[in-house]
Design a protein around this ligand. Structure first.
Ligand code: HEM
Ligand code: HEM
Length: 177
């Protein structure tokens, strides 16, 4: 029996490590009162936000290198040219956000970053104007990121529940052909 196209196990692992982390990173500042109660205050909320953000940056850099080397499987039918283009555009934009958000986070920072309560990273020696511009991008681009994520998850569920095609299984672990 022919093997159905799917992402490699490493790509699947990196996708499913990143997705919940990104959702938690966004939830932390929005529900800071809730998270502060068990992270030792608002400082703890941002320690975790920044630490997870740096983790996502590292995972994304590895993921992009793997993506450049091994590409992506063709999960959509070969004649669905428009769908393929839109999916590609959506994925490129998601990768752009996965880089832009943590990088602007690092650039906006003016104080030492406590990484997972383990060690500190010094802020980059940048002018106040750069910190402020990065902060503007960080707090504005989050909305585009949230819209993209909601659209992306909706498309994945639409493929799975309505089209019943192989798009979601192509990104799921432990699915047999
Ligand atoms: C995937 C990575 C990241 C995402 C999705 C993300 C997302 C967000 C969101 C949604 C907010 C709330 C903005 C608001 O109050 O409206 C925020 C604020 C903030 N983030 Fe991030 N962030 C990421 C990484 C980082 C990193 C790596 C750092 C620092 C090292 C950082 C530092 C901050 C700071 C200091 C704020 C508060 C900014 C302010 O209220 O002016 N973030 N981030
Ligand atoms: C914050 C959350 C998420 C982010 C940032 C994200 C990001 C991405 C990115 C960048 C890709 C492109 C992979 C590549 O071509 O190299 C992708 C693919 C995919 N994601 Fe997500 N994802 C998230 C959540 C989800 C969720 C919750 C689902 C399922 C309900 C999902 C289902 C898929 C599927 C099925 C693909 C493969 C699509 C295709 O190649 O046509 N993702 N995701």
């Amino acid at each position: 029996m022919a093997t159905l196209p799917r992402y490699s196990n490493t790509q699947i692992l990196l996708h499913w490590l990143t997705a919940p982390l990104v959702i938690l990173i966004i939830a932390l500042p929005y529900f800071d009162d809730f998270f502060a109660s068990f992270l030792g205050g608002r400082g703890g909320v941002f320690t975790l936000h920044k630490s997870l953000g740096i983790t996502v940056l590292a995972l994304t850099l590895i993921r992009i290198l793997i993506r450049i080397k091994y590409g992506a499987p063709a999960l959509l039918p070969p004649d669905a040219i428009m769908q393929q283009r839109l999916a590609k555009l959506g994925h490129y934009l998601l990768y752009t956000m996965l880089l832009l958000m943590p990088i602007t986070g690092l650039l906006l920072n003016t104080r030492p970053i406590n990484v997972f309560w383990l060690f500190t990273l010094q802020p980059l020696p940048l002018s106040e104007a750069v910190h402020e511009a990065a902060e503007q991008v960080h707090v504005t681009v989050q909305y585009a990121f949230i819209v993209l994520i909601v659209g992306h998850i909706s498309m994945a569920l639409w493929h799975y529940l309505a089209r019943r095609d192989r798009v979601l299984p192509g990104m799921l672990p432990l699915i047999k052909d």
